[in-house]
Design a protein around this ligand. Structure first.
Ligand SMILES: *Cc1c(COP(=O)(O)O)cnc(C)c1O
Length: 422
């Protein structure tokens, strides 16, 4: 154990932190409320508060319908282009639309129809359940011509890389995985698996929901075909903000959006009665975008672009390593287990801790200890590190408060059944 567990050490690390000033760009009303859930719902940037006032009062209230020609219509592409710069894609390869789940559906159906003669979809059991549900629904809709292979992880932490590779063959239509998995925070080697899938002639679709804004992603360098991701986590886009999708440029006009709507029509104000897909990525739009929540994504994305993902990744790794060191020194003796990868190369930006009393500890943490983590069944306390605003003091205090709950048995006051949203 080399880590110092005193608060002064954490404060010293904060004092040396070159990203620390970004915290002031967020609305933080209570410094003692420790927020460890930026990987589920990012904090509110001040710039977003200003943007929402302008959007509602000025753009909607004053400019009315004229605003469609003053930035609303092009917002899916404009904000998509900014997100593209965070994930190693070209500006015209990313567009904002719908939810992550809906985008997955559109891309999966398009990919399966494109891959004529191939019947297998390969994924793993660490994938986000909604992704698996969407895959099941897509298979149903395509008359059950495809099979879903859900490759199991051995320990529930690490991705089953060798087994995934072994499943790839001339029958594989699509390999789809969460790049950073939602429970353990394991991060796949995107380039290596993409290339293995391509060797088998399969397309690859990465879900970047827990990666975008948290870890460097280079879709073009890995020659990725398809990707989707969420904007309300590390991008701080706001609750239920629309998601994004990526299609490599040379594939864009070879794929067909199964949800053909007027926003994807070639000349939408021609009101032609026959659908003709628009050129480029707009064909993957369907209906009118939710302009209010769409517009509120932009300030958060601008902040990430300003900070630079490499600098944020360096801080995130220092912070997750600090948390792991503190776990080992203070929490492991109290029955907490580490349910995230130890090796930095395979670690996203959150750390999961397991404990037999995980759910009740989680409830005590929220209600008595002023820490907001989240909980993923059966026993994962998930601690999100968002380097734009997480401090070393936050991490230190989280560990001390977890320790206090167990030592003082504060969790015993709580029932064993879970509330609706954990
Ligand atoms: C958060 C998340 C989603 C969210 O999907 P929605 O359609 O926005 O509900 C999807 N996939 C993964 C991997 C996620 O982490």
């Amino acid at each position: 154990m080399t880590v110092s567990n005193d608060l002064a050490y954490a404060e010293e690390l904060d004092a040396q932190d070159t990203c620390a000033h970004f915290r002031e760009r967020f609305l933080i009303e209570d410094d003692d409320l420790i927020y460890m859930d930026g990987n589920s719902l990012g904090r509110l940037p001040y710039a977003t508060v200003d943007q929402s006032a302008d959007l509602v009062r000025q753009q909607w209230g004053s400019r009315l319908i004229r605003s469609w020609n003053e930035g609303w219509f092009t917002a899916p592409e404009r904000i998509g282009a900014k997100i593209a710069s965070l994930i190693g894609a070209q500006a015209d390869e990313v567009i904002v639309a719908d939810s992550t789940s809906v985008n997955l559906f559109k891309l999966v159906v398009a990919a399966l129809r494109f891959q004529v003669g191939r019947s297998q979809i390969v994924t793993d059991d660490l994938n986000f359940p909604s992704d698996l549900y969407i895959l099941q629904g897509a298979i149903d809709m395509l008359d059950k011509q495809h099979q879903l292979q859900v490759v199991p992880s051995v320990d529930g932490i690490d991705g089953p890389v060798a087994d995934l590779r072994a499943r790839l063959d001339e029958q594989t239509a699509l390999l789809t995985l969460s790049h950073t998995v939602f429970k353990s925070g394991y991060m796949y080697d995107m380039a290596a698996l993409t290339s293995a899938a391509h060797d088998a002639g399969a397309l690859v679709l990465w879900d970047l929901s827990h990666s975008v804004g948290a870890v460097p992603v280079d879709l073009n360098a890995a020659n990725v075909d398809l990707a989707i991701g969420c904007t309300y986590k590390y991008l701080n886009g706001g609750p239920g903000a629309p998601a994004f999708l990526y299609i490599r440029r040379d594939l864009q006009e070879r794929l067909i959006n199964p949800l053909t709507g007027w926003m994807g029509q070639q000349n939408l104000f021609g009101f032609d009665l026959k659908y003709q897909p628009a050129p480029g990525l707009r064909r993957f739009l369907t209906g009118t975008p939710p302009v209010v929540s769409l517009s509120l994504i932009e300030p958060g994305v601008d902040l990430l672009r300003e900070a630079g993902i490499e600098q944020l990744r360096a801080k995130s790794l220092r912070q997750s390593s600090y948390l792991i060191d503190l776990w080992e020194a203070e929490l492991e003796p109290l029955g907490f287990t580490l349910k995230s990868p130890r090796e930095q190369a395979y670690r996203g930006s959150h750390i999961s801790l397991g404990h037999a009393e995980g759910l009740r500890i989680d409830l005590a943490l929220i209600n008595d200890m002023h820490v907001l983590p989240d909980f993923r069944a059966p026993d994962n306390i998930r601690l999100g590190i968002t380097p734009l605003y997480t401090t070393y003091r936050d991490i230190h205090q989280t560990v001390q408060r977890l320790k206090h709950i167990v030592v003082e048995r504060l969790y015993e006051r709580y029932p064993t059944e879970a509330p609706i949203v954990t």
